[in-house]
Design a protein around this ligand. Structure first.
Ligand code: AVI
Length: 312
């Protein structure tokens, strides 16, 4: 979509300005997901090096029936950041869901995927909710008397720093209510070579995903960044147990954004994403800090990824 300057999200404009005005050169990862970015992310999920999606999907296929046995069938599934909802059918079938509430900040994406979902499950009551799940949300009245199972797959929690993750878990607890359950995916700490390859794939799709942020700034903010003068870098930060992603200037470079001029020196980096990884005990502690008691967890044979079921 060709967006004109007047249609730029003011929060995006502010974050871009702050990124280049500050010495920190950091920008929140959520801006990676415009239309082009969301499509590139879908491609990432199919890369051979990107193990999280297929590993979590296999776990869901194997263990959703246990989730149903533990918490009961006929619950409403509330999915936070539903996106294309590709993993959800396994859960909906296993717990014979009474209703489905996909929550996403992108209304356009939400409507399309809810319509597709409805075709797959014609009898299922679906109540799409366009909302920012980083706050407490009022769920539709139609699900108020139905027991609830929150669903937060993909280790999306990993893209937040610990403090934000705990805030989010607290909001989810308020949204779902005491007695509800949450099924959440956590990407595990593993061999850094495996991790770095997952975020710097040989086909260069993740690099395109990262560089799309600069293209997005050019598209939306009247700017002239020479995108080919930047390269994507993924590093493992062991102290913070996270993959960090940067865009690094390959030469001294000048550009303007919204009529402001900026300069970056060769080697200077823009920090665009963190993807935290967890030991199982880290994941449990984080859940408890957010008001959730772990009930059961399932991992693949390599301990690459875990699904944790918790109760409010
Ligand atoms: C969406 N999120 C969980 C992905 C991750 O693995 O952190 C985003 C991603 N960024 C680059 N590759 C994947």
């Amino acid at each position: 979509m060709d967006m004109t300057t007047s249609r730029v999200d003011p929060a995006f404009r502010e974050d871009v300005r702050r990124c280049f005005d500050d010495e920190s050169h950091a920008i929140p990862a959520r801006w990676l997901y415009d239309h082009a970015g969301s499509e590139l992310f879908e491609q990432i999920t199919e890369l051979p090096e990107y193990y999280p999606t297929r590993t979590e999907t296999a776990l869901l296929k194997s263990y959703c029936s246990e989730v149903a046995d533990i918490g009961g069938k006929g619950r409403a599934v509330i999915e936070f950041g539903s996106g294309s909802s590709t993993k959800t059918p396994h859960l909906i079938r296993a717990i014979q869901s009474a209703a489905y509430v996909p929550i996403d900040i992108s209304g356009e994406f939400l409507a399309a995927s809810a319509a597709q979902f409805q075709e797959q499950f014609p009898e299922l009551p679906i109540y799409p909710l366009e909302a920012d799940f980083m706050r407490r949300i009022n769920l539709p009245a139609e699900v108020s008397d139905i027991p609830k199972l929150g669903f937060f797959p993909g280790s999306t929690i990993g893209n937040m720093v610990a403090r934000t993750s705990v805030d989010l878990l607290c909001f989810m607890r308020e949204t779902l209510g005491i007695g509800s359950q949450l099924l959440i995916g956590f990407d595990r700490i593993k061999d850094p070579d495996v991790l770095v390859a997952a975020y710097d794939d040989s086909a260069g799709v993740t690099a395109q995903f990262s560089l799309n942020l600069l293209h997005r700034i050019n598209r939306e903010m009247n700017s002239d960044i020479a995108v080919d003068q930047f390269r994507h870098i993924a590093i493992w930060n062991d102290l913070y147990a996270r993959i960090e992603i940067y865009l690094e200037a390959q030469s001294d470079i000048g550009f303007s954004i919204d009529a402001r001029h900026y300069q970056m020196a060769k080697g200077q980096q823009i920090h665009i994403e963190n993807s935290h990884k967890y030991g199982l005990r880290d994941a449990r502690l984080m859940l408890r800090a957010g008001g959730w008691s772990p009930v059961k967890e399932w991992s693949d044979e390599n301990d690459y990824f875990s699904l944790v079921l918790a109760e409010a």
